[in-house]
Design a protein around this ligand. Structure first.
Ligand SMILES: Cc1ncc(COP(=O)(O)O)c(C=O)c1O
Length: 368
C-alpha cells in the first residue's frame, strides 16, 4: 500500500483532547442554552486577554468579524479600504459587504505581506481604513503602517484570521485599532464549525460590534441601529475555550515542524519561508515557492502527499472582481507569488516521519 499524507488531519487533534472536549460539549448540552451565553462571554474575555486586548466580541465567522469591524469603525459606501490582492476572497468580500471599495497594494516578495512602502501613494481623501493581512501566520510590518495611519487619520483593521498568537516586536496581534480572527476548523485555533472574533482596546468599537451582531438590539427585540445576525454559539465557544489552553503548545509544535522542513529542504531548489526579524511566525501554513510548482504538486500527489495552493489567483484577476478595473501586471509580485506557492502538510499532530517523507519527495523531484 502506498503512503497517504493528508494536508491536515483534524481528527488527530480531537483524539488528543477528547476527554476535555467531550466534557465541554456535554456541559453546554446539559445547560440547554445555545446562543450568546456564558461560554461565549467567558471565551471573549479569555481570547481578548490572550491577545493582550481589552475586548473580544464573538461573531459567526472571520468574514463577519471583518465586515462588522469595518462597519463599527464607521466605514460607509464610497469609502476606500487598502489591502492586498493575495489573500482569501473573504477579506475583499468583507470590505464590499461594508459598502467600501477595496484598493490593492502589492506584496513584499520576502514576507508575502503588504509592501508598506507602496501604501502612502494609494491613499486618497476617500481612504478610511488600512487592512493588512497577516498571511500564513506571520505579522505584517505594522510599525511603519501604524505611523502612516496616524499621520493620515486612518483606522487600522487587521485581518488576523491566520495569526492566532503571532507576535510583532514581542507582543501578540492585534496592534492596530481592531484585529479580526477566524476560528475556521483548520486555523491554529479552530472551532468544530464556523466562528470568528473582533478584538480591540476600544470600548466604542466593541460595543458597536456587539449591537451589529444581533440585529442592532440595544435591548431584546428593540434595535437602536440596523444590524444582522452573526453570533458565535455556545458549543463552539466551549470547544474554543478548551483549545485556547493548548494554543501555545500547538504553535510551538508548528514552529518545530517548520524548522524541521527548513532543515530538510536545505539545498533543494525550492524557496523556503523566511521569518522576519520583527516577529514570531505561527505557521498556519508552511509555504514554499517553486518555479515548477504545478509539476511538483502533481509529483507529490502521485506519492500520496496532499498539498494546497494559497492562493491560486490574486483577487484582482478573478472574474468576480474584474469590475475593480485591474488586470494582469497590476500587482507583479502578488501575481508571481500565486504562480509559485505551494503549501505543504503541517499541523501540530503531523509526525516526524511524515515531514521527512514530504521533504524527501521534494528532493527527489529535483533529480527527476
Ligand atoms: C486571511 C483570511 N481572511 C479571512 C478569512 C475568513 O474567515 P472565515 O472563513 O472564518 O469566514 C480567512 C479564512 O478562511 C482567511 O484565511
Amino acid at each position: 500500500m502506498g503512503v497517504s499524507i493528508p494536508f491536515c488531519d483534524l481528527r488527530r487533534q480531537y483524539l488528543s483532547i477528547k476527554g476535555e472536549i467531550d466534557q465541554a460539549v456535554a456541559r453546554v448540552l446539559n445547560r440547554g442554552w445555545f446562543i450568546l451565553g456564558e461560554e461565549v462571554s467567558a471565551f471573549e474575555e479569555e481570547f481578548a486577554a490572550y491577545c493582550g486586548a481589552a475586548y473580544g466580541v464573538g461573531v459567526g465567522s472571520g468574514t463577519e468579524a471583518l465586515h462588522l469591524a469595518l462597519l463599527a469603525c464607521g466605514v460607509e459606501p464610497g469609502d476606500e479600504v487598502i489591502t492586498v490582492p493575495n489573500t482569501a476572497v473573504a477579506t475583499v468580500a468583507a470590505i464590499e459587504l461594508a459598502g467600501a471599495t477595496p484598493l490593492f497594494v502589492d506584496i513584499d516578495p520576502v514576507t508575502y505581506n503588504m509592501d508598506i512602502s507602496q501604501v502612502e501613494e494609494k491613499i486618497t481623501p476617500r481612504t478610511k481604513v488600512l487592512l493588512p493581512v497577516h498571511l500564513y501566520g506571520q505579522a505584517t510590518d505594522l510599525g511603519p503602517l501604524l505611523s502612516l495611519a496616524e499621520r493620515y487619520g486612518l483606522t487600522v483593521v487587521e485581518d488576523a484570521a491566520q495569526a492566532h498568537g503571532t507576535t510583532y516586536k514581542g507582543r501578540r496581534l492585534p496592534q492596530g485599532d481592531v484585529g479580526c480572527f477566524s476560528f475556521y476548523p483548520t486555523k491554529n485555533l479552530g472551532a468544530y464549525g464556523d466562528g470568528g472574533m473582533v478584538v480591540t482596546d476600544e470600548a466604542r468599537i466593541a460595543e458597536r460590534v456587539r449591537l451589529l451582531r444581533q440585529y442592532g438590539w440595544e435591548k431584546r427585540y428593540i434595535s437602536s441601529i440596523r444590524g444582522l445576525n452573526s453570533r458565535l454559539d455556545e458549543l463552539q465557544a466551549a470547544i474554543l475555550r478548551v483549545k485556547l489552553k493548548h494554543l501555545d503548545e500547538w504553535n510551538e509544535a508548528r514552529r518545530r515542524w517548520a524548522g524541521l522542513y527548513n532543515e530538510l529542504l536545505t539545498g533543494s531548489e525550492v524557496v523556503r519561508p523566511q521569518e522576519s526579524s520583527y516577529g514570531e511566525h505561527v505557521y498556519y501554513l508552511y509555504v514554499i515557492r517553486s518555479q515548477q510548482r504545478d509539476e511538483l504538486r502533481q509529483f507529490l500527489a502521485q506519492k500520496g502527499i496532499s498539498t494546497l495552493i494559497h492562493y491560486p489567483l490574486p483577487i484582482h484577476l478573478m472574474e468576480a472582481y474584474s469590475g475593480l478595473g485591474y488586470g494582469p501586471g497590476s500587482f507583479p509580485q502578488a501575481e508571481e507569488h500565486c504562480l509559485q506557492v505551494l503549501s505543504l502538510p503541517l499541523y501540530p499532530e503531523i509526525t516526524e516521519q511524515e515531514v521527512g517523507m514530504v521533504a524527501q519527495s521534494i528532493k527527489e523531484f529535483r533529480h527527476e
